[in-house]
Design a protein around this ligand. Sequence first.
Ligand SMILES: [Zn+2]
Length: 240
Amino acid sequence: MPGPLRTEAIVLRSIRYGEADRILHLYTPDRGRLSAIAKGARRARSRFGARLEPFFHVRAVLHEGRSELLTVTGVDTIAAHRRLREQAATLDSAARACDAVARLFETADPHPEVFRLLANELGLLEADPAHARPGNGLAFRLKLLLAAGIVPQLAACAVCGETEHLNGFSGAAGGVVCGACEAGAFSLSEDAYRFLVGALGSPLARAPDGAELTLRQVERAIGDTAEHHAHVRLRPLLAA
Ligand SMILES: [Zn+2]
């Protein structure tokens, strides 16, 4: 019998199950995404209290059983992120961040950098609601693409290697493309290009910003990349 798994975890989703239980989707540093059941978690006097709501960063003790579903036997709070729940904008940004992680990293493969990135994002939203802006959300997604190994190529045309006249973006080709290779690409402005480079080169706390059209092009570049190379459709971030 293996011993219990002790791990930090962020609650991505918390789903009511049966009469009093919860099924949790957890993101962990060394075991990727896990599902676990917390028995009796919805009883008024549950020993878990409210510590199994989405966005909680916890230290959990999990037991492995015969199914893929682990059983939560203990949980301590590292960060509750209470303040980010108080405003619609921060709550929504946090939900989209967790959703993007769940979609791009749905297996048990370890990605400790994704865990740290998500913990960092939730910490920023908790500390200052000003981070709940599209520029931050897009920079977060770009960093997820980097962690997934599918970051768009930006330094040269993804088709022919040309380094000038990079006016288009092609998710299928895997990055920016030059004027000669732009079949199947959409046109990418100078500002959108600068956003992509800047977001990858700066910490999340200093994510760049841009005009709406710029951010729309960036979102399209990220969405096309995720679809072509991870077969994942991300939830829209900017309102239609
Ligand atoms: Zn080219």
